[in-house]
Ligand binder design. Structure first.
Ligand code: FVH
Length: 287
């Protein structure tokens, strides 16, 4: 028996297994493509010849696979072998997929903890990264000293989908920021500014703008978009940004999406209210 089994030795799974070994845990590793286990075995991990062998080698099983389907493909056939063990699934899944995995685990008597990794592999093993967890509180408490080897751990509740929801909401903000930057870079490229020069200007500007998040959050949480001192939707009309993008022959899709949210509220008669009111456009799309 080993302390922990890690299934999936891609970039992240290998980093998790390496950190566990570095902290003195005994680790069994398995990967669909066996070659990827070789380096970890030379570092002291025990290589398993099958997912079943890996699952039965430890009381704690970590799944770090590509996506939901990979988890079902790998663990479905060994469900009975998981009985009585703890499954920590750090594969990125949607909230409902996480809940489905938790329900499936419960059916087979498996204690389930869902993990959402807010770090890149190089950050694993430091407090810099964060991993959100949700699902079994009992499993989280029992495993905390192990989970803390990887990053700063944070428990988000017994609804197994919560960690994933927070993770994906955070990533939504991040990707839209990156897309906004790349859209801006495409606009200024028309006049010969390199993306690197644009990045040097954009980074401190965006960083300063994050100070505004708290103010928007207060308005959204309070639900009153008429609070004085806000930038109104009429003032925030971004048609000129859309036109400027088109003038440069650049697809305005990222900024046009924001403008569509604004227009919907202006058209409904809320132009004098604050920018945060676009929250209502989003809620209307997904009641
Ligand atoms: N890498 C990162 O920065 C991010 C940070 C945030 C969280 N993610 C999530 O972590 C999961 C694993 O990511 P990864 O970086 O390790 O991904 P890969 O290097 O591409 O490795 C994928 C592993 O999954 C195995 N695999 C894929 N499909 C199957 C399957 N049907 N059955 C069994 N195993 C499967 C794959 O095996 P192989 O191709 O080597 O045989 C790799 O071990 C992921 O959810 C990220 O979103 C990482």
């Amino acid at each position: 028996m080993t302390d922990v089994s890690v299934l999936g030795l891609g970039a992240m799974g290998s980093a998790l297994a390496t950190a566990l070994l570095g902290a003195g845990r005994s680790v069994t590793v398995w990967n669909r493509t066996p070659d990827r286990a070789a380096e970890l075995v030379t570092r002291g991990a025990r290589g398993a010849g099958s997912a079943r062998e890996a699952v039965t080698a430890s009381p704690v099983v970590i799944a770090c696979l590509l996506k939901y389907a990979s988890v079902r493909d790998t663990l479905g056939p060994v469900a009975d072998d998981l009985r009585g063990r703890t499954l920590v699934n750090v594969t990125t899944t949607t909230p409902n997929e996480s809940r489905q995995l938790a329900a499936w685990a419960a059916e087979f008597g498996v204690s389930y903890l869902d993990g959402a990794i807010m770090a890149v592999p190089a950050m694993i093993g430091s407090r810099e990264g964060q991993i959100f967890y949700s699902g079994s509180r009992k499993a989280y408490d029992a495993l905390l000293s192990t989970l803390d080897i990887w990053a700063t751990s944070e428990f988000h509740g017994e609804d197994a989908g919560r960690a994933s929801l927070v993770d994906l909401a955070m990533l939504s903000g991040m990707y839209q920021m990156f897309a906004g930057f790349i859209h801006g870079a495409a606009m200024v490229a028309a006049m010969g500014m390199s993306a690197s020069e644009f990045a040097a200007r954009q980074a401190p500007f965006l960083s300063a703008m994050t100070q505004g998040l708290g103010g928007y959050a207060e308005v959204v949480d309070g639900g009153d978009y008429t609070v004085p001192g806000q930038q109104s939707l009429d003032f925030s009309d971004l048609s000129h940004l859309v036109r400027a993008s088109e003038e440069q022959g650049v697809d305005p899709a990222p900024i046009a999406a924001v403008q569509a949210l604004i227009s919907r509220q202006i058209d409904a008669g809320h132009g004098s209210e604050g920018f945060a009111r676009i929250y209502e456009s989003l809620r209307a799309a997904h009641p």
